[in-house]
Design a binder for this molecule. Structure first.
Ligand code: DC
Length: 243
């Protein structure tokens, strides 16, 4: 097998529901492309953690205000992603069950989205203006709202069953255990909340390339997205080596 590396100029937007391999593909791609990486889901998760720590109902107006004002910072190094809330490292806690259960509700608030989208755009602009010059951004509304001018938009999908099985495996590997039927119903619930919300619902941008990852492994998806970026002239200094 041949692995290609290079240097990204511009923005690659990767959207789709959870369990499609989005995070692994986005980070791997950023490493191969010597680019920055932004996990926007981690920002909504950190906002949700702020709400839960304040003991608020995630659906209420007080939650919306707390989440919108939370001091959230995220790093953009794909090899060492960091997320802090008021200066505290919360990278592990934002993956906990209570945060995962509440995040779709918190992320549907208009002021939370407005604040985090503004923050995401600022981070992207800073990277594009700086030395690194390229960024892979993952989320639900990157191609449609956050970076509608992204040079490449990819929308990853997979069957709900395969996504639940992947999530279950990740949870077990992280020592969180989990029952497959419960994971499948949680995946379906989150899909319906994320796709059905009024503001920036999860959907492919009209100009996105849709990739169904049901029968693909993550390295195949990475190769495919790298090739798309290369075809669009976004990659400089391409080097191919066998792996
Ligand atoms: O990618 P993830 O599973 O960590 O995302 C967590 C939640 O955050 C997801 O259920 C919906 C929300 N989200 C969003 O609304 N918009 C984004 N750009 C990213 C995530």
């Amino acid at each position: 097998m041949t692995e290609a590396r290079g240097k990204l100029r511009g923005v690659i937007a990767l959207d789709g529901p959870s369990g499609t391999g989005k995070t692994t593909v986005s980070r791997g791609l950023a490493v191969r492309l010597d680019a920055a990486y932004l996990d926007t889901g981690a920002m909504y998760r950190a906002a949700t953690l702020a709400v839960l720590r304040a003991g608020l109902d995630p659906a209420g107006p007080a939650a919306s205000a707390v989440a919108a004002e939370a001091d959230i910072r995220v790093g953009t190094d794909p090899s060492a992603s960091t997320v802090t809330l008021r200066g505290e490292d919360v990278a592990a806690e934002i993956r906990s069950g209570p945060v995962t259960d509440a995040v779709s509700v918190v992320s549907a608030h208009a002021d939370v989205r407005a604040r985090l989208v503004a923050l995401q755009r600022r981070i992207i602009d800073d990277v594009l203006a700086g030395q690194v010059g390229g960024i892979v951004v993952e989320g639900r509304d990157i191609g449609t709202v956050v970076a509608p001018d992204a040079a490449l938009k990819v929308y990853l999908t997979a069957s709900a069953e395969v996504r639940a099985a992947r999530r279950n495996q990740q949870d077990r590997a992280a020592g969180r255990g989990g029952d497959l039927a419960a994971t499948l119903s949680a995946v379906r619930r989150r899909d319906s909340l994320d796709s059905g919300r009024a503001l920036s619902p999860l959907r492919a941008a009209p100009d996105a390339v849709t990739v169904d990852t049901t029968d693909l492994d993550v390295e195949d998806v990475l190769d495919l997205v790298f090739a798309l970026a290369d075809q669009r002239g976004l990659v400089a200094e391409v080097v191919r080596s066998s792996r």
